[in-house]
Write a protein that binds this ligand. Structure first.
Ligand code: 5GP
Ligand code: MG
Length: 179
């Protein structure tokens, strides 16, 4: 287990992330309906979602936002695989165009859980936007990112909202922990 004092080695800089999010927002405005509601999966996506909605605004969109808190990792660096709902959204999604926003798509279990929940409540469309994707790791063929920031190697990353044992979320860049 890595220590929570270690300084992560940089993988994606602040400037690289910021540039890519502006481009993602311009891709989103081309594809999505105007009246979308983002459902950001907490905790990991809160930094990404905060930057993404402002980039969407600059791209000409006016998204609404809600939050769904789920968990699958516990305190380690391997997913338990079992997704738990900690806190639900408060808005109605029936008939709405929804964009699920997550920090990283790995096995797809978290987004599978969120998509099924939102679909069961009658959302009209559901798109997926993720900042990161670990290529080749998704176990759910129908779960894929419609908008993907970066495809990264199969390493445990932290920062920009992503944690290790609830630490490192404040790191302004995405880094890798050794070990
Ligand atoms: P999945 O359910 O797709 O396997 O994993 C998605 C969730 O696991 C993400 O929302 C994220 O919270 C967590 N996760 C997956 N890979 C990483 C990683 O490399 N670092 C961190 N900090 N969390 C990860
Ligand atoms: Mg997450």
């Amino acid at each position: 287990m890595p220590s929570t004092n270690a300084i992560p080695s940089p993988l994606l800089s602040e400037a690289t992330i910021a540039d890519r999010i502006e481009t993602m927002a311009r891709e989103m405005v081309q594809t999505l309906p105007q009246d979308v509601m983002l459902v950001a999966l907490l905790k990991g996506s809160f930094v990404f979602a905060a930057d993404l909605i402002r980039a969407m605004h600059r791209a000409g969109m006016r998204p609404q936002v809600d939050f769904l808190t789920i968990g699958s990792y516990g305190a380690g660096t391997k997913s338990s695989g079992k997704v738990t709902l900690h806190r639900d959204i408060t808005e109605a999604v029936e008939g709405r165009d929804i964009v699920l926003v997550d920090d990283i798509l790995e096995s797809g279990g978290s987004l599978r859980f969120a998509k099924d929940l939102i679909a069961a409540r009658g959302a009209k469309t559901i798109h997926i936007a993720v900042l990161l994707e670990k290529a080749g790791k998704c176990k759910h063929p129908d779960i894929k990112g419609d908008f993907v920031g970066f495809s990264i190697p199969d390493r445990f990353v932290v920062g920009y909202g992503l944690d290790y044992a609830n630490s490192y979320r404040e790191l302004p860049y995405i880094g890798m922990l050794e070990g």
